[in-house]
Structures are given as C-alpha cells and as structure tokens.
Design a protein around this ligand. Structure first.
Ligand code: ADP
Length: 304
C-alpha cells in the first residue's frame, strides 16, 4: 500500500464573518508520488484547504498530517515539507532567476550541500535564463519561475493553486510538462483547478469538493468509470419471477414488481435492455433513469 503523504481528519473551517462552514469536517488523504487534483466550483473550499496546509488560514477544528507530522504540534516542519505556488505571480523584476532562487534558499536556510537551484531551473526549462533579468522573462517563464522558487527547499510535496488560470494554451502545455517532470523525479503534486481537462490530463487521483464537503475521492480511472455508469429502474405491469439471462447480468436489485439495472454506457444502452424485456414478453409499466450527482457536477464543471 502506498504511503499517505497528506492526511486530514474531520477538518473544518468556519470563517468568523460567515455562518457556513467553508470546509465541513472533511476526511481526505493523498498518496505519496501522486498528482492529486482538487476539483470543485468556485467557493467550494479549495483555497481554504490549501491555505490551511500552507499555514495561512487557521483551521476551526480537525487534524492535519503532512509526511506524518501533525500541523498542530510542529507547524514549522509541515511548512518545510510543502512548496506552495500561489495563483499570482510575485517576482522581483530586478533580480535574475538564479538570484531569486538564492534569496529563497537563504530564507529557508537550505544547507549549501542541498542547494540544487540550477537543476531545478533546468527541470522547469529555465536553465538558459538563469542569469537573465526576471523582467525580460515572458509571462509563462515567470510562472515557471514561481514553481522553481517553491522547489528551492526540496519539499516532498508541491501545491499549485489554479496553475493555469488565465494562461494561454501553449504555456499550459509547457507548465503541464514541467509538473509531470517534477513528479517523475519524486515530488507529490497537489493542484487545485476548476478546469476538468487539466485534471484529466495530469492527475492520477482526484477529489471533488462542493460546498465544503468531499463529494468524490478516487483514482481518475475509477471516477471516469462512474461517469460512464447509468442506473435504470423498470417497473413491471405483472409480477415477474425470473429475469432474462442478459438482464440478470446488469441487475443490482429486484423484487416481483421491479428491477434496478446498472450498466456501463459504453457496453450497452437503455434501448437494448428494453428490447430484451420485450423479447421475453415482459410488460413494463414504467422506466426511470438516474444520473449520479457526481455526473451533474462534472457536466457543470465541463461547461466552465
Ligand atoms: P474555492 O477556492 O473553492 O473557490 P474558497 O476556499 O475560497 O473556495 O471559499 C470557500 C467558502 O469560504 C466560500 O463560501 C467563501 O465565500 C468563503 N471564504 C473564503 N475566504 C473567506 C474569508 N477570508 N472570509 C470569509 N469567508 C471566506
């Protein structure tokens, strides 16, 4: 089993100015080595979660562990284990990328033998720009420099808050490549996004939060499977003792009056199943289909 690099238990946050919980007692864990996507519409609680980890917002209750260290008892070590890339670009234009990295290393008191600023800049495709003035960098380069800066103290976990918000298509691809590269070298990545395509391309694990609650938390593969599932309930006009063989394969619930079928939309469709009933001379009184809430959320997110 993979090690949980981040684990939160019953984590809650209620801002003093609000009557609602921004995070409503959530349980969440993140596997070491993953690229974890935190998805959800605006106001879901994503930033609150990230800011609690970063030590920028105080939680109301619950527990947070990073690399097994409790945030309450050792916040300094927790902070040292995290690299945070905020949404806004904050870079002094009068320094070169290498100078910016050196200053950051000083702030984190990184030991000389552990400084690998050139290597980090190389990984992020900024190797050749190490000694150029930051003001001469393109917007995309500046954003990658923000990621490089967050990696100076070699944190095992890198958190990116909406990494590609307002970023053009070409830069997005470059940034994704850099993120994958860092992950390949061993860094666990957590990113928030309300851009579903980004999560689909990058993440292997996904949690969806809405109104301060975790409404889904699984591998991307499993979540996509849920999306392809459909549930249909049929009610019979007369009592039915035995279902046709093909129907039985999809049946999850049955009594004399009704049956509930669950199936993958790619394998079979509702019309084909109905035909099976007709061929077996079973009269149907009613048919209802149920789409999952998760699907609604995803569709909503896709439209953004
Ligand atoms: P997201 O990042 O998913 O958009 P946030 O964590 O920013 O969501 O917000 C979650 C909820 O908390 C929202 O209802 C938001 O209005 C509220 N909230 C966020 N920050 C503050 C704050 N500083 N004071 C009061 N309420 C806040």
């Amino acid at each position: 089993m993979k090690r949980k690099i981040i684990s939160v238990k019953k984590l809650a946050k209620k801002y003093t100015t609000s009557s609602k919980y921004a995070l409503n007692h959530i349980d969440l864990s993140i596997n070491e080595g993953s690229i974890f996507g935190l998805l959800g519409p605006n106001g879901a609680g994503k930033s609150t979660f990230i800011n609690i980890l970063a030590g920028l917002v105080n939680k109301t209750s619950g527990e947070v562990f990073v690399c097994g260290v409790n945030l309450d008892t050792d916040p300094k070590t927790v902070r040292g284990n995290l690299g945070i890339v905020p949404q806004e670009i904050m870079i002094d234009p009068f320094f070169t990328p290498m100078e910016i990295m050196d200053i950051q290393a000083g702030m984190y008191a990184v030991e000389k033998k552990n400084i690998r600023n050139q290597e980090i800049l190389n990984t992020l495709g900024l190797g050749e720009k190490a000694d150029a003035y930051a003001r001469s960098l393109s917007g995309g380069m500046k954003r990658r420099l923000m990621v490089a800066k967050a990696m100076v103290h070699n944190p095992p976990v890198l958190i990116l808050d909406e990494p590609t918000a307002g970023v053009d298509v070409e830069l997005r691809a470059k940034l994704w490549k850099s993120i994958k590269e860092l992950n390949k070298k061993g860094t666990t990545i957590i990113l928030t996004t309300h851009y579903l395509k980004e999560a689909e391309l990058l993440c292997d694990e996904i949690a969806v939060i809405n109104k301060g609650k975790v409404i889904a938390n699984d591998t991307k593969t499993n979540l996509l499977k849920i999306l392809e599932e459909k549930e249909v309930k049929v009610e019979f006009s007369n009592k039915v003792k035995n279902l046709p063989k093909k129907i039985k394969d999809f049946c999850i619930l049955k009594d004399d009056q009704s049956a509930t079928l669950k199936f993958n939309k790619n394998e079979i469709n509702t019309a084909e199943l109905i035909k099976e009933f007709i061929n077996s001379k079973i009269d149907l009184k009613d048919i209802t289909t149920k789409e999952s809430d998760l699907e609604d959320i995803f569709i909503k997110l896709l439209k953004n």
